[in-house]
Design a protein around this ligand. Structure first.
Ligand code: MG
Length: 217
């Protein structure tokens, strides 16, 4: 294996130098958990990574599929220009409400719209004019391939598409031995499409649970 293993110390170095949470972001997970939300949000260094990718793509219009309680939306909205906009889709009514509340507390309501409903229905109603510059997929895994097709339909050349949990908790490589594991199978199908689709140039980045990143050709 090439590369340097991530130790606890190296991880802390990366987060403390590049991805420190402010007081609001630090408080959000415990507060959301107290209201019943699961703690499956992205990690701080993933938030910074999304910001870096957004800026690299010159992102003004961002689409998030799966908002949970707004942690990732706040990271992303903070990297938007003043005239930028993020549309966050969230199926769970409580999670959509938490996202709206937390985005408001972050002073970002003017940049973030939360739409509650089934993402496939909401996506089908979206028009690619004007196109999105950046799409972050972090929702139910069996629908990732369908989300990716919508992302490709709704973006411009040079846009970036990111799928979270691409390593399936480190187990995605077991795909051939686990035909009944829906999570692994779904993440592998997504990764394979990202890797081979001629419309994309992609790489699986081993950050947190893995982020599959593709640039639209
Ligand atoms: Mg995730």
């Amino acid at each position: 294996m090439k590369g340097t293993p991530i130790t606890e110390q190296l991880y802390d170095y990366i987060v403390s130098h590049f991805a420190q949470e402010d007081d609001l972001l630090r408080r959000l997970p415990a507060e959301a958990a107290a209201r019943g939300a699961p703690l499956i949000h992205i990690s701080p260094e993933q938030g910074r990574f999304l910001q870096v990718l957004m800026r690299a793509a010159g992102a003004k219009r961002v689409l998030e599929i799966g908002a949970l309680f707004g942690y990732s939306a706040i990271w992303m909205a903070r990297a938007l220009p003043e005239d930028g906009a993020l549309l966050a889709l969230e199926v769970h009514p409580l999670h959509a409400q938490l996202t709206r509340e937390n985005v408001a507390r972050a002073g970002l309501s003017h940049k973030v719209e939360v739409r509650q409903g089934n993402a496939l229905d909401l996506l089908a109603a979206l028009d690619p004019r004007p196109p999105f510059d950046f799409v972050f997929i972090d929702a139910d895994k069996p629908a990732y391939l369908a989300y990716l097709e919508h992302a490709l339909r709704l973006t411009r050349p040079g846009a970036i598409i990111v799928g979270d949990n691409a390593s399936a908790a480190g187990n995605v490589w077991k795909v051939d031995a686990t035909p009944d594991d829906a999570y692994i199978q779904a993440m592998h199908a997504f990764n394979h499409r990202m890797a081979t689709d001629p419309r994309l140039l992609s790489i699986l980045v081993p950050i947190s649970d893995g982020m599959c990143v593709g640039v639209v050709k």
